[in-house]
Design a protein around this ligand. Structure first.
Ligand code: GDP
Ligand code: IMO
Ligand code: MG
Length: 424
C-alpha cells in the first residue's frame, strides 16, 4: 500500500518543516502544498547548499516527485517565477514537474500593497505580517472578488479583469490613507509572469484523484503552524488560512480518508515572528542566545524571530486538534549547553489551570505559563545520528514530550543538514 503523509507545523511556523519534508519526499510520488502562499519560507540544507522554498513544495528537490500547488494556496505568479528561475539557474527545470490548480486564487498587485496599507493603519496593533499580500488575497477570495489561476486561460480577458480589480481596490487603499497603485504599471509588471505560469495551470483535483487511483504515495506539505491558524490560532495575530489538517483537506480536494499519517513538526523550543502574545518568551539574554545559536531570523523576511522555551500546552492543543500520529522534534542541538530546560506544560488564568490557549487574545496575554524544569545535558547532541549517541538527559527530554503529548517522537533533528537526524 502507498504511504501518504501530512506534515504540519505545531507551533508558530518555522519549526523545520522544510527539512522534514525534504527527508520524507524521497519516498513520495506527489508532493502537495494546500494552503498559505509565499509567506512560507521552508529551508532545506544539503551539504553546504541551503535553499529556501516559498511557494514551490520543498519536495521539489526530489527529482522524481510531481509537485502540485493545490487550490487552497494563494499564488503570486511573480514569486513563483522567481523561484522557478532560481532552480533553473541550478540546473533544475521544476516547471516540468509542477501543476498549479486552476482554482487557486491569485495574489494580485493590489494585495501586497493593501497588506502594507492595512499594517500601517493598524499602527501599534499591527499583526507583523510578511507583507506578501496573503490576508488581502484570502479576503478577496471569501468576498468573492478574487481572480483564480484558471482565468489565465484567456489572457486578454484576464488583463481586463485584473485592471478592474486593481481600480476597485484603489478605493480601499485610499480610504486606508495610502497611495493608490499605478494600475497601468502594475498590470505591465504582472502580465509577463501571468503569461509564463499559464501553461502550468490544470485541474489539480482530477490529477490528484487520478494519482490516488494509481496508488501513488502522497506527501502534503503544511505551511505556517497550528498556532497561526485563522480559527484556532492566537487570533488576530495569525495568518489568513487554516494551517492544520482542515486546510490540507479543503485545500487539496481529497477526502479525509486519503490523507494518511499526520506528522507534527515541533521545534525543541519556541520561536515566533510577528506580533502577538508568546507566554514562554525569553526577552532576556537567554532568548538572544537561543536566537543566535538557532539562527532564528526569518527565512522569508529576515526578521529576528522571538525565542522562548518549549510550550507543550500549545503543542498539546495542536496535537488534539489535528490527530497527530507522530512528532518530528527539530533543533534539539540548539539546546546544547543549557543547564536546565523549563517546559511550559499549562497556563494559569484567573486562578484556574488551563491546558490550551484561551480564545480571547487578552486572556491569553494575561495567562501565566506554568513550567516543569528538566535538566540540560553536558555532552552535545549536535550531529548525533543514533539514539544511543544522545545523552540520557536529552533522551529524558524527548520521553517527557512523548508522555505529555501522548504521541511518539519518531525523528529528532540534531543539525540543519539533511542527514543530521536521529530516526527512532
Ligand atoms: P519551516 O518554515 O518550518 O520549514 O522552517 P524554516 O526553514 O523557516 O526554519 C527552520 C530553520 O532551522 C532552518 O534554518 C533550518 O535549516 C533549520 N533546521 C531545521 N532542523 C534543524 C535541526 O534539527 N537543527 C538545526 N540546528 N537547524 C535545523
Ligand atoms: P512557514 O511556512 C512563521 C506569520 C507572520 C505574521 C502572521 C501573519 O515558513 O512556517 P501573513 O503574512 O501570513 O499574513 O502574516 O503569520 N507567518 C509566519 N511565521 N513562519 C511562517 O511560515 C509564517 N507565515 C506567516 O510573521 O505574524
Ligand atoms: Mg519558515
Amino acid at each position: 500500500m502507498p504511504r501518504n503523509r501530512v506534515v504540519l507545523g505545531l507551533q508558530w511556523g518555522d519549526e523545520g518543516k522544510g527539512k522534514v519534508i525534504d527527508l520524507l519526499a524521497a519516498e513520495a510520488d506527489v508532493v502537495v502544498r494546500c494552503q498559505g502562499g509565499a509567506n512560507a519560507g521552508h529551508t532545506v540544507v544539503v551539504g553546504s547548499k541551503k535553499t529556501v522554498r516559498h511557494l514551490l513544495p520543498s519536495g521539489i528537490l526530489n527529482q522524481h516527485a510531481r509537485c502540485v500547488i493545490a487550490h487552497g494556496v494563494v499564488l503570486d505568479p511573480i514569486a513563483l517565477c522567481s523561484e522557478l528561475d532560481e532552480l533553473l539557474a541550478g540546473g533544475c527545470d521544476a516547471a516540468k514537474r509542477l501543476v498549479v490548480s486552476d482554482r487557486a486564487h491569485l495574489v494580485l498587485p493590489c494585495h501586497p500593497h493593501m497588506d502594507k496599507a492595512q499594517e500601517i493603519a493598524r499602527g501599534a496593533s499591527k499583526v507583523g505580517t510578511t507583507l506578501r499580500g496573503i490576508g488581502p488575497c484570502y479576503t478577496d477570495k471569501t468576498a468573492r472578488n478574487g481572480l483564480r489561476a484558471g482565468e489565465l486561460a484567456d489572457l486578454v480577458a484576464f488583463e481586463r479583469k485584473l485592471r478592474d480589480v486593481l481600480t476597485k481596490s484603489n478605493v480601499i487603499i485610499r480610504a486606508l490613507g495610502s497611495e493608490p497603485l499605478d494600475v497601468d504599471a502594475a498590470v505591465a509588471g504582472y502580465m509577463p509572469a501571468a503569461r509564463r505560469i499559464a501553461p502550468l495551470i490544470n485541474d489539480s483535483i482530477t490529477i490528484l484523484h487520478q494519482a490516488m487511483a494509481e496508488q501513488r504515495s502522497f506527501l502534503f506539505e503544511g505551511a505556517q503552524g497550528a498556532q497561526l491558524d485563522i480559527d484556532v490560532g492566537t487570533y488576530p495575530f495569525v495568518t489568513s488560512s487554516n494551517t492544520g489538517i482542515g486546510g490540507i483537506l479543503t485545500g487539496s480536494g481529497l477526502s479525509h480518508k486519503q490523507l494518511g499519517d499526520v506528522i507534527g513538526v515541533v521545534k525543541a523550543y519556541t520561536s515566533r515572528v510577528g506580533s502577538g502574545p508568546f507566554l514562554a518568551e525569553l526577552t532576556d539574554a537567554r532568548g538572544e542566545a537561543l536566537r543566535q545559536r538557532g539562527r532564528e531570523f526569518g527565512a522569508t523576511t529576515g526578521r529576528p524571530r522571538r525565542c522562548g522555551w518549549l510550550d507543550l500546552a500549545a503543542v498539546g492543543y495542536a496535537c488534539r486538534l489535528n490527530g497527530v500520529d507522530a512528532i518530528a522534534l527539530t533543533k534539539l542541538d540548539i539546546l546544547d549547553g543549557e543547564p536546565e530546560l523549563p517546559v511550559c506544560v499549562s497556563y494559569r488564568l484567573d486562578g484556574k489551570v488551563i491546558h490550551g490557549p484561551p480564545a480571547r487574545i487578552d486572556d491569553l496575554a494575561r495567562a501565566e505559563p506554568m513550567y516543569e524544569v528538566l535538566p540540560g545535558w553536558k555532552k552535545p547532541v549536535t550531529g548525533a545520528r543514533k539514539e544511543a549517541d544522545l545523552p540520557s538527559e536529552a533522551r529524558s527530554y524527548i520521553a517527557f514530550i512523548e508522555k505529555r503529548l501522548g504521541v511518539p517522537v519518531k525523528w529528532v533533528g540534531t543539525g540543519a543538514g539533511r542527514d543530521e537526524i536521529v530516526l527512532r
